[in-house]
Design a binder for this molecule. Structure first.
Ligand code: PCA
Length: 329
């Protein structure tokens, strides 16, 4: 039916079009939304993972990362993957603990406070999390912890009484609950927007890692970081299950290999970034150090309340995670 191509130029044009078509039929481009700044170690690991998959599949699957919440904001990423708006993405799953308490296993105060314990807790929680994710049309690729969580303020704080009435930036239900139990006023704000929130006074304090304070240059507005090591929340890279089921076995192997490398590299980077970013906060002019004994004692008491509340909400599966974790310690 096509008009016969007679000229050399016409033949070349036809070949080019056929070639381009063949490539696009084979190659898939996967957009991967990520919520944190491009310079953050999670985003750096995600970019390496994307490169590994692109190279390993010979370009059949090209993953393109979109950091800083530029494609979807953090809170929207899980739903975007579930519904197939994007095939893959990274999310802090504790941000969804209001949907299912199990998502908050990594944000229970003082349950796992070191990288080693965080890894053990993750081993204990992984089967339940994979089952829960599967029921939501999601497949887990890898997970990387944030550095230990501490408290940021714009004044010296030595006890819970000093926190009364402070506007506290939260990133999930656990952090909002921590604010309530310490007499502060929670306001949920994405990491990508905290510099502005602190600059305008919408928020005056937060619990987070040295890493996020460093990434967002919070020394421009805040003065103190107290190392509390309250917990190490995790980011998770997830793939839409229907997309995953459509991937060839050979490419699945490549992706799983890249994911294992990413998890390993991410753990190392997180550890390395801990000291580096605390020094960065100091260099920015902040006072960085351990919280006072009084404050730690008071926070631990609040931690007991929050642990009990979480166990109540997370039921038998939650209890099994904690029991398995404790027996592995
Ligand atoms: N940074 C992220 C989550 C935990 C962390 O250390 C944030 O503050 O949003």
């Amino acid at each position: 039916m096509n008009r016969p191509v007679k000229t050399l130029a016409g033949m070349l044009a036809a070949t080019t079009i056929a070639g381009a078509y063949a490539t696009s039929a084979l190659a898939e481009k996967w957009d991967m939304p990520m919520a944190y700044s491009a310079t953050n170690f999670h985003s750096a690991v995600g970019a390496e993972f994307a490169g590994c998959v692109t190279i390993g599949t010979g370009g059949e699957i090209e993953i393109v990362t979109h950091p800083s919440g530029s494609l979807f904001k953090g809170a929207e990423i899980k739903r975007a993957i579930q519904t197939g708006q994007v095939p893959i993405g990274e999310r802090l799953l504790s941000g969804h603990q209001n949907e299912n308490a199990l998502f908050g296993f990594d944000s229970v105060p003082f349950l796992a406070t070191s990288f080693d314990d965080s890894a053990k807790l993750w081993e204990a929680a992984k089967p339940a999390m994979e089952k829960l994710l599967d029921s939501q049309n999601l497949v887990l690729m890898y997970s990387v912890p944030w550095p230990p969580q501490g408290l940021y303020f714009k004044k010296e704080v030595n006890s819970v009484a000093d926190m009364e009435g402070i506007k506290f930036r939260s990133y999930n239900t656990a952090t909002a609950r921590l604010a309530e139990l310490t007499g502060m006023l929670p306001v949920q704000i994405e990491a990508a927007e905290i510099s502005q929130a602190f600059a305008t006074g919408v928020a005056e304090a937060m619990v987070s890692s040295g890493s996020t304070g460093y990434d967002r240059k919070v020394w421009e507005s805040l003065t103190h970081f107290y190392e509390v090591d309250a917990w190490l929340p995790r980011n998770y890279v997830l793939i839409n299950k229907d997309v995953w089921n459509g991937v060839s076995d050979a490419n699945k192997n490549v992706i799983l290999g890249c994911a294992a490398l990413a998890e390993y590299a991410g753990n190392w980077r997180s550890k390395e970034y801990t000291g580096f970013t605390l020094q960065g906060l100091r260099d920015g002019g902040m006072t960085v150090g351990p919280a006072s004994a009084t404050l730690v004692d008071e926070l631990k008491e609040i931690g007991v309340t929050m642990t009990n509340e979480w166990l109540e909400n997370a039921g038998d599966e939650g209890k099994a995670i904690v029991d398995n974790f404790k027996s592995s310690q």
